[in-house]
Design a protein around this ligand. Structure first.
Ligand code: 5GP
Length: 176
């Protein structure tokens, strides 16, 4: 039986998500409804937990993007695969991501949402591989900084495996 090594436990995640939800609720307390935009698929569990702990009015949307690849090399260019269902013009938006690696995905989305006239665009990510950053993106709410390892669980996968693991684990491709 394959059991990824624990990097961040269920309890640590729960406590951190509580803290993030409390801070976000405070920061947006007087700003009306917050639009949470989850990036599929990896953010679906984080978004579900975070959204349920907010104490402010919120509206949930999802977006899906893909990276252009040349062979197995990711070029950094990103394209939209599925869009939000409602206009975000004039709305306060919080983009919810599972993990920021090079930063290209978040950079592309922040630009796009600002162009569409959002009143504000902030970012929340559970994980950040800070040593791999290629483009600077501002992370307003961060769960944990991690090293350069492949992580799975709590929404994150390796080739669609281990997404529903309750904790964040580290894997090697040879584990599968
Ligand atoms: P970026 O555009 O910041 O390079 O890429 C972010 C995306 O890369 C994440 O949304 C995620 O899909 C993927 N990613 C990067 N590192 C990992 C990792 O360690 N595990 C998993 N499951 N996905 C990752």
């Amino acid at each position: 039986m394959h059991n990824p090594e624990t990097l961040i436990s269920e309890e640590e995640i729960r406590l951190r998500v509580d803290e993030l939800a409390a801070r976000i609720s405070l920061d947006y307390a007087d700003k009306g409804e917050l639009v949470l935009i989850g990036i599929l698929k990896g953010s679906f569990i984080f978004l579900a937990d975070l959204a349920r702990r907010l104490t402010i009015p919120r509206h949930i949307e999802f977006i899906s993007v893909a990276s252009y690849e040349h062979g197995s090399i990711r070029s950094g260019a990103v394209r939209l695969v599925m869009d939000v269902r409602r206009s975000i013009e004039g709305r306060h938006v919080l983009v919810v991501e599972d993990i920021v690696d090079t930063g290209h995905t978040l950079h592309y989305l922040i630009d796009m949402l600002k162009t569409r006239g959002a009143a504000s665009v902030r970012t929340c990510t559970l994980l950040h591989k800070e040593h791999k950053t290629e483009v600077d993106v501002k992370i307003d709410y961060l769960g944990f900084s991690i090293g350069d390892e492949w992580v799975v669980g709590y929404g994150l996968d390796y080739d669609e495996k281990d997404r529903t693991l309750p904790y964040i684990g580290v894997v090697q491709p040879t584990d599968y």
